[in-house]
Write a protein that binds this ligand. Structure first.
Ligand SMILES: Nc1nc2c(ncn2[C@@H]2O[C@H](COP(=O)(O)OP(=O)(O)OP(=O)(O)O)[C@@H](O)[C@H]2O)c(=O)[nH]1
Ligand SMILES: [Mg+2]
Length: 198
């Protein structure tokens, strides 16, 4: 017998967490929760951004049929609640590893309202081809140029306005490890999702 499940199959902890998250529960009920997917190559700072965006309520589960862990959390921007999904690093949309297959499946099946493609500002030119692949796949993509602190240290400057015009998607610079640019990221995510829904 499971000590933590009641007759409805809901765990004791689930009930407590949902009680604490009144607003979130309300939005879930109404099916209003929008979805943010974080993707990018390994080690670019996806999980740091995930942690900056989400609060304490994070769940981790194995992607069905695999041993790959997927983290999900929620993020409140203004009155809107978003579900945030942190995906395993991938080098290409043509998956080779189990992790890459999971990320590809999440991109295809989760129907994200916004895909945050996180790249390393130091190697941005090598990473933009994936941004364009995501865009060409019809995904609602925004580019997050992370590790701006390290890029600036080596004298790299990025003209965000020009980049936005060139690739025709929103671009935000962050130094997630130092919590820089995260507020702007939240703002632009909210604007983007609102604009798409209009
Ligand atoms: N200097 C600097 N380091 C950062 C920044 N963001 C993340 N890091 C560091 O980069 C490393 C990788 O960050 P993660 O968030 O684990 O990267 P990830 O993209 O989730 O990596 P995978 O899960 O392996 O795909 C960690 O040591 C972070 O502390 C940043 O803006 N500046
Ligand atoms: Mg990670």
């Amino acid at each position: 017998m499971n000590c933590c499940n009641n007759s409805n199959g809901k765990s004791f902890f689930d009930k407590i967490l949902r009680k604490d998250r009144g607003g979130i529960k309300q939005n879930e009920k109404q099916g209003l929760k929008k979805k943010i997917l974080l993707v990018g190559t390994p080690n670019v700072g996806k999980s740091v951004i995930f942690n900056r965006l989400t609060g304490a309520y994070v769940t981790v589960s194995n992607y069905p049929g695999t041993t790959v862990e997927v983290f999900k959390g929620t993020c409140r921007i203004g009155r809107e609640i978003f579900e945030v999904v942190d995906t395993p690093g991938m080098y290409s949309l043509m998956p080779i590893t189990e992790e890459e297959k999971v990320t590809r499946n999440l991109l295809l099946n989760e129907r994200p309202d916004i895909v945050l493609h996180v790249v390393d500002a130091k190697n941005i030119e090598r990473m933009l081809s994936m941004t364009l692949q995501l865009k060409e796949a019809g995904l609602p993509v925004m580019l997050v140029v992370n590790m701006m602190d390290e890029a600036l240290q080596i004298g790299r400057k990025i003209d965000f306005e020009k980049l936005e015009t060139l690739i025709d998607i929103p671009v935000v610079g962050t130094s997630a490890a130092f919590n820089k640019g995260i507020e702007l990221l939240r703002k632009r995510v909210a604007e983007y999702v609102k604009k798409r829904a209009a």
